[in-house]
Design a binder for this molecule. Structure first.
Ligand code: SAH
Length: 505
């Protein structure tokens, strides 16, 4: 690369991946390298382009955390190697984010940069807990302060006592370890003992927790609720508000960890959240359509050769029609073709393209599909086209061969799994009420690198899977507590969770 690249200091928001700005997300999607912290939501990294380098500077190796000086150095090195560097930081880069220090280093080295503001936890975490930082009649100002200094004892900042006299709302970051000192100092310097206080940990994420009380009793409440950092302390009249939707939905309070390609994770996230569940995408598979695929181009261009087309995934439907458009083919050429789909999800995807399915098997798996389709095809004349994933099941091919049916099996896309290091470990996975799987490859993606003892810890997790092939992959990893969706689609998975929740009452 000639010269140096540009560094974008992007605020990632407080944790909910939906709280990054459009500008920040666009830069994430196109950058060559991302340097990120522990606080930045890991699921944002699913948006990176293929081949984007990821550097985690938030991790602790042995007992060595990457120092700010080392981070500055990494930024400079990467700017010399890559055109677009994103430095992704939790919340906003300038709110206790040390963004300024990174900029000073870049200026020293003549590196061009731009700062994209982020939604700071100082305001958004209270908001998600139902606390407005100002409210007419209750608080006309808010001060954002740190509850921790860099000195050995982790003392309160020198001027903390003056904050007691300040009035308005106090929003204290990095203070939960010093809560006792904070409340004592504020009480000693005149804040009334019944001043409302809220402590919100892991705000805006699926793991948000809070404790409410007063300056007098909040330490006890935080201890009881076992609340730990990262947390925000809110002191003042507004800390007694609960401006949050109070409606009870069928999945309120249920935490679901989702896996799959964007196609399914987007739908699941939307549908589950509409029913009140809290969701996380724990492992996002990335779909890559093969670019130079002469066999596929040839098959579509001479589609008259085929009497049937089999779709075994919604991704295949979408990519097939995308290719059709790319090749500028005439849809009328499909008039004589019959479509076989594996289940309800694929049927719906095909309908979206304007075509009805001619055949859906009685059970949503490829063996039943091939067995039952065999009764419909003319064995000596008909030829079948199967555009599908690299990971597609061999059972389909074996069963068609068993029935002496002619077919062309063309691999049109590959499914790549997210980096192992971004995956949650067993301890984290155990905290979800349900895990969902929409394909056998998604199961492998999450579990193939996991140690046996870790998998054993997950033995009792409730897992909902889309169909029999996915179930089999889970059984092979030793899981037993498995629910299979009644219908092979995102809605089927949601229904599976709903009926299980109802059963448990
Ligand atoms: N630049 C960040 C703050 C970095 S300082 C921002 O603008 O939000 C780190 C502190 O921020 C944590 O110790 C905690 O006090 C607070 N914090 C950040 N994210 C948080 C979250 N999701 N929930 C609660 N506190 C959070």
């Amino acid at each position: 690369m000639d010269g140096v690249g540009k560094v974008y200091l992007v605020g990632a928001g407080p944790g909910d991946p939906g709280l990054i700005t459009q500008k920040g997300l666009q830069l994430l999607k196109t950058c060559d390298v991302v340097i990120y912290d522990r606080l930045a939501s890991p699921s944002l990294l699913q948006y990176l382009k293929d081949g984007c380098k990821k550097i985690n500077v938030g991790k602790v190796v042995g007992n060595h955390a990457v120092t700010q000086r080392e981070i500055n150095q990494i930024i400079v090195e990467q700017a010399k190697l890559h055109k677009h560097v994103v430095r992704l930081k939790g919340g906003d880069s300038f709110v206790f984010g040390r963004g300024g220090e990174e900029i000073l280093t870049m200026e020293e080295h003549g590196i061009p940069y731009e700062v994209i503001p982020g939604i700071t936890s100082a305001i958004s975490v209270p908001t998600y807990a139902g606390i407005p930082v100002t409210h007419r009649g209750a608080s006309q100002s808010f001060s954002v302060v740190t509850g921790h200094t860099a000195d050995e004892e982790g003392n309160l900042p020198e001027d903390f006592k003056y904050l007691a006299k300040l009035g308005g709302t106090l929003v204290i970051l990095m203070g939960v370890g010093n809560l006792e000192k904070i409340t004592t100092t504020l009480l000693e310097h005149g804040r009334p003992a019944d001043t409302p206080v809220a402590v919100v940990a892991n705000g805006t994420t699926i793991w948000q927790e809070e404790a409410r009380g007063t300056l007098q009793d909040i330490c006890q409440k935080v201890k009881e609720a076992k609340i730990k950092a990262p947390a925000i302390i809110i002191v003042g009249e507004v800390a007694a508000f609960h401006f949050k939707a109070k409606e009870e939905l069928p999945l309120s309070g249920i935490k679901v960890g989702i896996t799959g390609t964007a196609n399914i994770t987007d739908k699941l996230t939307q549908q589950l959240q509409d029913m009140g569940a809290a969701t996380d995408i724990i492992s996002q598979s990335i779909l890559q359509m093969y670019k130079d695929n002469a066999a596929f181009d040839e098959a579509l261009s001479s589609i008259e050769k085929y009497q049937w087309l089999i779709f075994t995934s919604t991704n295949a439907v979408e990519l097939c029609f995308l290719k059709w458009k790319e090749l500028q083919l005439d849809l009328r050429k499909l008039a004589g073709l019959k479509f076989a789909v594996v289940g309800k999800g694929t049927e719906a995807a095909l309908l979206k393209q304007g075509f009805h399915s001619d055949f859906i098997p009685s059970a949503a798996n490829v063996t039943t599909l091939a067995d039952e389709l065999s009764g419909l095809v003319k064995h000596d004349e008909d030829r079948i086209l199967i555009p599908r994933a690299e990971q597609g099941s061999e059972d389909l091919i074996k069963t068609l061969e068993k029935h002496s049916i002619s077919f062309d099996d063309i691999k049109i896309y590959d499914i790549k799994e997210i980096d192992q290091e971004l995956l949650p470990d067993a301890e984290q996975l155990c905290r979800y009420d349900y895990l969902t799987f929409a394909s056998a490859s998604g199961v492998h993606g999450l579990f193939k690198g996991m140690q046996q003892e870790q998998k054993a810890e997950l033995k009792d997790s409730k897992i909902v899977c889309i169909g029999e092939a996915t179930k089999q992959a889970l059984v092979d990893y030793g899981f037993t507590n498995l629910l299979v969706a009644g219908e092979a689609s995102a809605s089927g998975l949601v229904q599976g969770i709903l009926s299980s929740v109802k059963l448990e009452g």
